[in-house]
Design a protein around this ligand. Structure first.
Ligand SMILES: [Zn+2]
Ligand SMILES: [Zn+2]
Length: 254
């Protein structure tokens, strides 16, 4: 916060709390206490505190500002970091977290706009030139936040079936069906369990084994146990305990 911003904070407090006493050294003390606090956060904090208090101490502003920032980070879903050559994923994730903390990304629509924008916030912050992340919220989804977190958020519009089929053939084998392990929808990649950084779970390069096996069973008969298409593999007259025979999976993938 610079001197001008500090002056604006102080004048805001004076307006909201006309009875508050000010002495000659007070602004210096405020400057020290609020040194590391972001101006926008402090302004929001003053507005919040002013609703209920007739006296506002700088320490209260600092604490409230920190809490507002933590709330933002906790409540805005983390978008999948855009990939930019030369920028590490870690740097991009930290840049996204800063952007959420600063309120640049403050809603699902803005997280979505970040992904559509496709650029690097890390580079934007280094250059001091931030993008305008605006745009429509994802359509037709009243439970957008929950679905986003659950990983079923419609990141892209639905594709015509013919195109989806062509793309599906380029996806890892097995992804044409839903995954029994991670519950990825058909034609979506499998994902790892959700983490704080990846609320939707990081996408995996390969399908989960159970998905690959279920898919292979539906595709081809087994060359090893002769189970027909759609019937599970067998061994000694019982279902094969290891899912599907390796030869069947190979036959389905080739
Ligand atoms: Zn899976
Ligand atoms: Zn078999």
């Amino acid at each position: 916060m610079n001197a001008l911003e500090l002056a604006r904070i102080i004048s805001g407090v004076k307006n909201l709390c006309p009875a508050q006493k000010w002495e000659e050294g007070t602004p210096d003390m405020w400057e020290k206490v609020l040194a590391g606090t972001n101006f926008t956060d402090a302004k929001d904090a003053v507005v919040e505190l002013g609703k209920h208090q007739s006296f506002i101490a700088p320490g209260e502003i600092r604490e409230k500002a920190l809490r507002l920032r933590q709330d933002r980070v906790a409540h805005v879903p983390m978008p999948v970091p855009n990939h930019t050559p030369g920028v590490s994923e870690g740097d991009e994730i930290r840049a996204i977290e800063r952007a959420i903390g600063n309120g640049l990304i403050s809603s699902v629509a803005e997280a979505y706009a970040y992904e559509r924008w496709g650029g690097s916030l890390h580079l934007a912050q280094l250059r001091g030139h931030m993008p305008q992340l605006e745009g429509p919220a994802p359509v037709g989804n009243p439970k957008a936040v929950e679905d986003f977190i659950a990983g079923t958020f419609p990141r892209r519009p639905e594709l015509p079936r013919e195109i989806a089929e062509v793309l599906a053939r380029r996806r890892p084998p097995g992804t044409a069906i839903a995954c029994p392990t991670c519950h990825a929808a058909p034609n979506r990649r499998c994902h790892a369990p959700a983490t704080r950084r990846h609320p939707a779970g990081r996408e995996l390069a390969h399908a989960h084994p159970s998905r690959l096996e279920t898919w292979a069973v539906a595709q081809v008969a087994c060359p090893t146990c002769s189970s027909p298409v759609g019937a599970v593999c067998t061994e000694y007259g019982r279902p094969y305990v290891n899912g599907a025979h390796r030869e069947r999976i190979e036959a389905a993938t080739n």
